[in-house]
Design a protein around this ligand. Sequence first.
Ligand code: TRP
Length: 457
Amino acid sequence: MIEPENKRGLWTSKIGFIFAAAGSAIGLGNIWRFPYVTGENGGATFVFIYVFFILIIGLPIMISELTIGRKTRRNPFGAFRMLKPKGYWKLAGGLGVLTGTLILSFYSVIAGFTIGYFFLILSGKFRSIHDVSQSAGIFENFSGNPVNTIGLSVLFILLTGLIVIKGISKGIEKWSKIFMPLLLVLLILLVFRSVTLEGSLKGLEFYLKPDLSKVSVSTFIQALGQALFSLSLGGGGMMTYGSYLSKKDNLVSSAGYIAGFDTLIAILAGLIIFPALFAMGGDPEGGPGLIFVTLPSLIMKMPGGIIFGASIFLLLTLAALTTTISLLEIPVAYLVDEKGWSRKKATVLASLIVFLLATPSALSLGASPWFSNMPFLKIGFMDFIVIVFANYALVTGAFLIAVFVGFSWGIKPALEEIELFGNLFRYKKSWTLLVRYICPLAILSILGYMIFTGNYF
Ligand code: TRP
């Protein structure tokens, strides 16, 4: 039985879906964030804790999101409403749509930076750079210039919109099948280049050597938060992509592939950054500035540095683009399902809204003193959005999804959807236990930690 392609669209193949969903998961979170968080939190020990959380929290929630999406064939708001028409559950879905949209608003600014830096490096700007302070100066000028920051985020939103407007199979799936293999090849080449540099071993040691002294409560919070963010959970992303899945596809094995790819790429990304950094004599404690400040200050010390540096930013751009596509699809699906709009109209409007929301973030890295350090909050607008949406709302969303499946909509109907077409779910007992008790408790503890300590992941 072939399902008719409805107005909303469907993935045409399982592999197409896996490329698209892995493309959503694999983003700046993997290539930019995972390596330095790992470096700061005890290397291999952190990787171990991270993989553990992917297995016991990430996977069960991903299966839940995909199941809700495919069962209802709706955007997150419509999905919750369809399953529980009465009461407040639909607000949980609405929160997902909002979270996805606002994550996209700041994400597109940083994604724009990666395009900007690609060209900046190619232009030879870093040729005359000898130390980190000079490269920090370039970054300050760059991020403080509104033409750069707004212009590049508009460019990124535009690129994203041009793909999303073409629809699920002819837009998102088609381009994911091009971008993901490209990303993989580029990544492997870069890893190879990096680990064969002289002196790279020290970098591997810093990155992966288990160091228990760096492990604390916050390490666990970081690992769990990073796992949810990296798998695109809690913000309606996987639920939306799941809504275009064929009823015949195996949800559990799909989730396994996506999580596996995502984790592998994150670990490999660290094998590019740290070996190169140490080979060139850099300081690993670069934090978030590692990619935009430390790395560019060093690449010229390396033979073929311009190519190496530009390729890293191309890799980041590709990874970010397949992620922004999935983020834009969340409000687009909402507008198509709930307002009955054409995909074209929905994409144009959603892109415009994202642009408006992205502008204050783009101005908050130095261009506008007001947005860069807001009254009362004492932080920049982008940091504020990151805290509220990429931390609180995302974690709350993941919590609500687990409770919804575990206790409200129900384990039984979820299992029926998962096991359609004879797709036996071997681990349903463990999944039930995890979704009902372990996931909500673990996620609640991150929320509590954030509220009481004011630290975020
Ligand atoms: N997973 C993405 C990354 O690692 C970012 C992300 C977080 C996301 N939440 C999402 C993407 C929700 C889509 C939907 O870069």
